[in-house]
Design a binder for this molecule. Structure first.
Ligand code: FPP
Length: 230
């Protein structure tokens, strides 16, 4: 969800105003995704590297997360959205962590869409954590290295049980992954919009999906011969 800071700067406002407008865009995007029948939406809300931002900005972002969870939980129930979170969540401040765990518990039975918030998240850190857990299992004699394959590795990631993303939408014109879902995006399609996140609307989501539908996804295989079925 990139471009909050720049959106605020062009309006002569402090960065937090951009993050607040970004939280409104989160609400719009969750609603739009539910209406469109998207089964899983993952939002990159706070990266592992974001801990290096100024203390005040981190504090404001964590406050905003807490406020968002309290304010928008009725929306999650209305659209039957199950909330999940991925990342090194043990590093979150107590209040934000508590609000998060409460909303996760209260929405665990909802089944229309899974909304995953990536918080204190880094793709490299996720892979390191998975490797550590596998090493521990081997060390404890519960696994032999030969048993480790892609499926088993995936089960150790924070995203275990979630589908790999089909489409990655990047706002604000940035053309990089920024440590997001490094393992899971191996065959994801990319869509980059110049719009900053606070301006992202349902129409932009529809544009991204329309572009996605035009892509020829081959997953490394050869293109089907002309006229072939499927
Ligand atoms: C990156 O843009 C955005 C973030 C680090 C924070 C994203 C947070 C929100 C959208 C609001 C809170 C989230 C939830 C789930 C309620 P940037 O600030 O780096 O923008 P810039 O690159 O233009 O400076």
């Amino acid at each position: 969800m990139d471009g909050n800071g720049r959106w605020a700067k062009t309006r002569g406002l402090p960065r937090i105003f951009g993050h607040r407008a970004g939280a409104d865009a989160v609400r719009r995007t969750v609603e739009a995704s539910c209406e469109l029948g998207i089964p899983a939406l993952t939002l990159y809300a706070f990266s592992w590297e974001n801990w290096d931002r100024p203390h005040d900005e981190i504090h404001e972002l964590m406050g905003l997360l807490e406020e968002f969870l309290r304010r928008e939980e009725p929306l999650l129930h209305k659209y039957r959205v199950q909330l999940k979170a991925i990342g090194r969540l043990e590093g979150l401040p107590e209040n934000a962590a508590k609000a998060l765990q409460q909303t996760i518990a209260r929405t665990a039975h909802l089944d229309h869409m899974i909304l995953t918030l990536a918080l204190s998240y880094g793709g490299r850190q996720e892979i390191v954590d998975a490797a550590r857990r596998l090493a521990e299992l081997v060390h404890a004699g519960r696994l032999v290295p030969e048993q480790i394959d892609e499926a088993l590795f995936s089960q150790q990631l924070y995203t275990a049980g979630l589908p790999d993303p089909d489409l990655i939408i990047r706002t604000s014109g940035e053309q990089r992954l920024s440590n997001f879902l490094l393992w899971q995006t191996s065959y994801a399609e990319f869509y980059v919009t110049p719009k900053p996140w606070p301006e992202f609307t349902k129409a932009d989501l529809l544009d991204a999906i329309a572009e996605f539908e035009r892509r020829d996804r081959r997953f490394g295989k050869a293109a089907a011969p002309a006229g072939a079925a499927g």
